[in-house]
Ligand binder design. Structure first.
Ligand SMILES: *[C@@H]1O[C@H](CO)[C@@H](O)[C@H](O)[C@H]1NC(C)=O
Ligand SMILES: *[C@@H]1O[C@H](CO)[C@@H](O)[C@H](O)[C@H]1NC(C)=O
Ligand SMILES: *[C@@H]1O[C@H](CO)[C@@H](O)[C@H](O)[C@H]1NC(C)=O
Ligand SMILES: *[C@@H]1O[C@H](CO)[C@@H](O)[C@H](O)[C@H]1NC(C)=O
Length: 612
């Protein structure tokens, strides 16, 4: 129906505000500690395609704005306990997405086909990458990491391991954010792009100095812009067809009939391949190759190798037999013998790895078009993540990533490929055209539609700052741990938008006797929300020193009231027992002390486990 089509186009093309914003844990949208309402650098870590105003500052550790990353507070969550099914730790992820999602295709169709992909990436705090240049971090400034490309085919052929190392050493700065590794981006810029993909009438550049078009050029990124060390082809497509550093948490397709496919194609459970070549006159393997498929790889002297995704190493299981045998016990983790995908190592060695489960797959929550709003149940979109358990007992530094991907029914998102790309010579017209003129039967006046084919079928993204997944304190292995955090930031609705105002998350929770609650929040000292404020309003309406962001918790007698009750009248804290508290956090266990601490929140961040 024409009216439907028109509405749809309006929905998709008013994209000065498009977007997905992660609210818990607070998403960065590439912000770090800006005092301005606008983020400073949209290219800092990843391509969000979001509005400049979104995102939350990283937490500070003290009442001073940090000068080095050691002055930041990383949100920390206890891992789940060791025995499957018991001792779960749950973290409620919350986000808003703009163009709508969900809905039954037959009875309640949505204008867009949509899928959401939630993932995480981790490194152990101890025994992680040997080189500091490879460590996950937020950085202490908003600059993007540097990158020096190989300039021509000769350099591509002849670069030695030392030359590669020099290039990397010159690029990677310790005080800037690092999410994907330098090698990941270099690999992407050198690997030919997948030529089977639908690129509509976009002209993807080939000019990367190497004489071919690489995976940094996609329909959505035809000019090859760089965002941190993210690989544009991997960003735009899921499931990706080469090994990546990401582990899948959950997929939310618009139709769960796609779940079997997603769950079996996920890199969590399926090997992915890439072409491996050696350095010239060396047995050491390179991190990169031009070839993106088995035939090209082998005919050019490479090895087409399958890599395995995993939770962490299992170094205690040294042989394949021991690795497989350890799988027998239902109470133990599942193990897999394979070549770890992040093999920066100079040789390809199989080893025993803790296996990942297939991602969860559930219907996407229904949300309304062009509103960063609620689902039908009156709250923002949410997913309850059961945190992993790392059998090594190691603390891990991690990043959470959420992508929101929309397409329309103007072309079949799964069957449209390179054979439908605009090609004047072959007389092929792309099913969607840039800003087309449409004949609506009005004589000589066509209707011009605003369609950007680089954004027609489009992926948005947000990521958390670095968080920690902590081993549980002794004695708490089988407790259920619920995480309660504060989401949102200081200011009124127009000052904070498209971020949100404060709330606890979850703000309604049912727990069993003996369950534990991990209360945690972190403040910022640079939350001025000043100019430039882009297309919104600057300011940080609220009480307290300007530019500060602080939280606390006090009991009210009834949901309908606003004044906190005195301790004598409170019930919440009367039986509260302090089970655990972080370094520098209150260790006194009297209920009164707990109540006072929680209400006054003298410390900038709160990090305690309570039984209530
Ligand atoms: C999902 O797709 C199947 C097959 O195309 C269709 O029969 C079904 O109605 C769809 N389900 C929903 C909830 O839209
Ligand atoms: C493109 O899709 C068609 C079916 O729509 C299929 O026959 C063809 O093999 C595909 N081509 C590529 C390059 O994937
Ligand atoms: C987005 O959807 C398209 C289909 O329209 C698919 O090819 C692509 O892999 C999806 N990307 C992500 C990140 O989900
Ligand atoms: C506290 O409890 C006392 C005794 O029940 C009652 O008189 C008083 O009104 C209560 N105060 C508040 C603020 O609830």
């Amino acid at each position: 129906m024409p009216t439907t089509t028109l509405l749809l186009l309006l929905a998709l093309t008013s994209n000065c505000f498009a977007d997905i914003y992660l609210h818990n844990p607070r998403g960065s949208n590439n912000r770090l500690n800006e005092k301005s309402a606008n983020r400073r650098n949209a290219n800092r870590c990843f391509d969000s395609q979001n509005n400049n105003r979104g995102g939350y500052n990283v937490g500070d550790k003290t009442n001073q704005a940090f000068t080095a990353e050691t002055g930041q507070h990383r949100m920390r969550y206890f891992q789940s306990g060791p025995t499957s099914g018991r001792g779960k730790s749950t973290l409620l992820l919350e986000w808003t997405n703009q163009h709508g999602c969900g809905g039954n295709e037959d009875t309640d169709p949505h204008k867009v086909n949509c899928n959401l992909v939630m993932q995480y990436m981790c490194q152990p705090q101890q025994g992680g990458p040997a080189d500091d240049r490879d460590k996950l971090r937020n950085g202490a400034n908003t600059l993007r990491q540097d990158y020096s490309p190989l300039n021509n085919a000769r350099e591509l052929r002849t670069e030695t391991q030392q030359q590669k190392q020099n290039r990397k050493n010159g690029n990677v700065k310790s005080d800037r954010a690092l999410q994907e590794s330098w090698e990941w981006y270099d690999k992407c810029r050198i690997r030919q792009r997948n030529q089977g993909l639908f690129t509509a009438d976009q002209r993807l550049r080939t000019n990367n100095g190497l004489g071919y078009s690489a995976a940094i050029y996609t329909r959505q990124n035809p000019n090859g812009n760089r965002y941190g060390y993210e690989c544009p082809e991997e960003r735009d497509y899921y499931p990706y067809w080469h090994p990546t550093d990401w582990k899948d948490i959950a997929i939310m397709p618009f139709n769960t009939s796609l779940c079997n496919w997603y769950q079996s194609e996920s890199f969590n459970v399926k090997k992915q391949f890439e072409c491996i070549e050696n350095y010239p006159n060396s047995n050491n393997v390179r991190h990169r190759s031009r070839w993106n498929n088995e035939a090209d790889c082998q005919s050019n002297g490479g090895q087409w190798i399958g890599f395995t995704n995993y939770l962490e190493y299992a170094p205690q299981l040294t042989t394949e037999t021991a690795c497989n045998a350890a799988n027998g016990n239902a109470a133990s983790p599942r193990y897999i013998w394979g070549i770890p995908h992040d093999a920066l190592a100079t040789r390809l060695q199989s080893r025993c790895l803790v296996a990942l489960p297939a991602p969860d797959c559930v219907t996407a929550p229904w949300t309304r078009d062009n509103h960063l709003g609620n689902t039908r149940v009156g709250q923002a979109s949410r997913y309850l993540w059961t945190l992993p358990h790392f059998p090594s007992g190691k603390e891990h530094n991690c990043i959470i990533r959420i992508r929101y991907n929309i397409s329309t029914d103007d072309y079949d998102p799964f069957k449209t490929n390179s054979s439908h790309n605009e090609n004047r010579v072959l007389g092929i017209q792309s099913p969607v055209q840039q800003n087309p003129n449409i004949d609506i039967g009005a004589g000589n006046s066509p209707l011009r539609l605003a369609i950007n084919t680089a954004q027609y079928g489009r992926t948005f993204q947000d990521r958390s700052h670095v968080i920690k997944l902590m081993p549980r304190p002794a004695g708490l292995e089988s407790s259920t741990i619920h995480n309660i955090n504060v989401r949102g930031k200081r200011g009124n609705i127009v000052q904070t938008y498209p971020a949100v105002e404060y709330d606890f998350i979850p703000n309604d929770i049912k727990i069993k006797a003996n369950d534990l609650i991990h209360f945690q929040w972190a403040g910022s000292n640079t939350h001025n929300n000043g100019n430039p404020a882009g297309d919104g309003q600057a300011g940080d309406a609220g009480e307290g020193t300007r530019g500060t962001d602080r939280n606390n918790i006090a009991q009210i007698r009834d949901k309908m009231e606003n004044f906190p009750v005195p301790f004598e009248n409170s019930t919440l804290w009367k039986n509260a027992e302090l089970i655990w508290s972080g370094v520098g956090q209150p260790s006194s266990s009297s209920s009164e002390d707990i109540a006072v601490t929680m209400a006054s929140a003298e410390d900038l961040f709160m990090h305690v486990c309570l039984k209530i």
